[in-house]
Write a protein that binds this ligand. Sequence first.
Ligand SMILES: CC(C)(COP(=O)(O)OP(=O)(O)OC[C@H]1O[C@@H](n2cnc3c(N)ncnc32)[C@H](O)[C@@H]1OP(=O)(O)O)[C@@H](O)C(=O)NCCC(=O)NCCS
Length: 402
Amino acid sequence: MAERIVRTKNIGLRGIAVADTKISYIDGERGVLIYRGYRIEDLAANSTFPETAFLLLYETLPTVEQLAGFEKDLRAARHLPAFLVETMRQWPKTAHPMDALQAAVPLLAMDDPDLLDESRQANLRKAVRLVARLPAVVAAWHRIRQGLDVLPADDTLTHAANFLWQTFGIVPDAETARVMDICLILHADHTFNASTFACREVVSTRAHMYAGVAAGVGALSGELHGGANARVMEMLQRIVADGITDIPGWVRHQLDRKERIMGMGHAVYKTMDPRAKILKQLAFQLGEKIGQRLWPELTHAVEEAALAELSARGKTEIQPNVDFYSASVYHILGFPGDLMTCIFAASRIAGWCAHIIEEKFGDAQGKPALYRPQAEYVGDYCGKLDCEYVPPEKRRDVAASA
Ligand SMILES: CC(C)(COP(=O)(O)OP(=O)(O)OC[C@H]1O[C@@H](n2cnc3c(N)ncnc32)[C@H](O)[C@@H]1OP(=O)(O)O)[C@@H](O)C(=O)NCCC(=O)NCCS
């Protein structure tokens, strides 16, 4: 069967189309991102996160009545089950928020009355609960780990404003809430990124939506994916703490040591990520408003220096991605670094659920199929394929005798 293997190993399936999708589209050369036919710039300027989540889940922008109904459903689902909050109080306060979030997902599954109903309508109801509850979990864990009370959702607030309220206990002004809202729109979907693929791969086994989402949270936590925003903030804070003023010199030194500039480069974009352009503007807008221009200005200085240095090294394709300026935005909003990837998850949940539904119902590609790639076996343990089983008392300690 070896001739059937298409060799894509060590390149992480780059350039391999593993499915069709109608949910989003990226043109990495031109820096274009489209959700269900709408440009990201258009959605960021005119839409809201609930409206964008509706678009991703229901394939069309909602009417006024549909949006009101969807927002009502989101509000109704925001409240966390008491047993979940009680359980979270037992967790080590040092737990990383992404681990807490991933651990909470199966507990949310246990509370879902539709869990084992695999109809499309039931999956859409599950999606609404997940979109509503993931931010509430993030906020609750942040407060529990600080020894603070978990705040109830405020049903008078928008989705984004409520997230800020439940996290910090301060009702944000309209401009700040809108910045949060736009950030949620920008992160809501991104075709077959690693976490979305993880979600789809898990539900291709006919596992339920929550099992897929738990896998997605795990995949997102890595620093080459969603974890990069936290690493960008660490990078900026280290530059400040070390009193570095020669940013081009610092960038050169990093690249000479084969270190990566976090928040730059992308598996698909070969030009500036369109979301990064919007986030850059938001970072400066918010920095100006709150009196914290340092972070966007420092990010901009690193960007300029890195682009020049990478270009001199023939790597013009490594440009700012979504995490580069979102780190400054989230920092100015008050989020600690280790919560930044959770914000990504609280937004991407909309895209994950849309992809899970597409995968389950074969919306874009006909009959759903179980993902089952191949690997080439390269084990060599005894000079032949099948080794003879040796009883424990007759075995040699191979490591010690090596
Ligand atoms: C996102 C990322 C994994 C995509 O990379 P990729 O397309 O798979 O490319 P590779 O990891 O194979 O890197 C290709 C080359 O570019 C370099 N490169 C990639 N990103 C770089 C960065 N941010 N800074 C410096 N060099 C970088 C690599 O070192 C490698 O150089 P080499 O060929 O001399 O060894 C990569 O750009 C990266 O690690 N970025 C930083 C982390 C980040 O911001 N992740 C969030 C993505 S949204």
